[in-house]
Design a protein around this ligand. Structure first.
Ligand SMILES: [Zn+2]
Length: 262
């Protein structure tokens, strides 16, 4: 067995733009949203880790598709949203519950964050300041509303906005540059945002990841956390996408605009 290391989070790239997150200490590991088993098995073998738990944020195949294959090689608990039916989930959880990972000396708390899907959950490691938010919050953006309402999504995102600013945002996709291009259109006067887009483009040009982000950066630059800002509201009105002062309507207008933004 390899040497024990400080607890850390490692990205496992999968499909075109997914990140599967491996939490490990050099010996034991838990994986968040294994949409595909093969890259997880490869990472476990390369790092000489024993997989002790699987955590799922929602039912989409690019997040849960690898569970059955991972379970065929081992008998471990699979945590997932209590209100979604996902093959392999043995430990359904919802807000207020915690996920104990004893071999890692780690405990994660669960948040209900409906919007992208009806039962979507997120996991927070309070002490480590880690947020595993699936497809709810992205660097510079948020997930599409496939099953939930704008009101639900704003309430879900607010649960993230109140986390400490230095909380790392481990989102599940590399969508940052396209998200930030839209963000600049929504808030063209935000200098920090323009700078963030430039940095993200430079990182991608070098083949580097732009995640994790952090809550403080998102609060300053992500339009889906800034729909109450006068500048964002003014853009929506100027674009003819909003005709009243209503934060949820502003959020909905932003989300609809992003869906067709090129
Ligand atoms: Zn999804």
């Amino acid at each position: 067995m390899s040497a024990k290391q400080p607890l850390q989070v490692t990205a496992i790239p999968a499909f075109a733009d997914n990140y599967l997150w491996l939490i490990h200490d050099g010996q034991h590991a838990a994986v968040v949203d294994p949409g595909d088993a093969a890259p997880v098995e490869a990472a476990l073998a390369a790092l000489n880790l024993t997989l002790d738990a699987i955590l799922l944020t929602h039912h989409h195949a690019d997040h849960a598709g690898g569970v059955t294959a991972l379970l065929s090689q081992r008998k471990i608990p699979v945590y997932g949203p209590a209100s979604e039916r996902i093959a392999g989930v043995s430990m359904p959880v919802s807000e207020g519950q915690t996920v104990p990972l004893p071999t890692l000396g780690l405990s994660l708390s669960v948040l209900d964050v409906p919007g992208h899907t009806a039962g979507h959950i997120a996991y927070v490691a309070e002490q480590q300041r880690w947020l595993f938010c699936g497809d709810t919050l992205f660097a510079g953006g948020c997930g599409r509303l496939f099953e939930g309402t704008p009101a639900q999504m704003t309430a879900s995102l607010q649960k993230f906005a109140v986390l400490p600013d230095d909380t790392a945002v481990y989102c599940a996709h590399e969508y940052t540059v396209s998200n930030l291009r839209f963000a600049v259109a929504a808030e063209p006067g935000n200098a920090l945002l323009a700078q963030r887009l430039e940095h993200a483009q430079q990182r991608r040009a070098r083949g580097e990841s732009t995640v994790p982000s952090d809550i403080g950066t998102e609060k300053l630059t992500n339009p889906f956390l800034r729909y109450r800002e006068p500048a964002v509201v003014a853009t929506l009105k100027a674009e003819g996408r909003l005709d009243r002062d209503d934060p949820v309507a502003a959020f909905a207008a932003l989300r609809e605009w992003k869906n067709s933004f090129r």
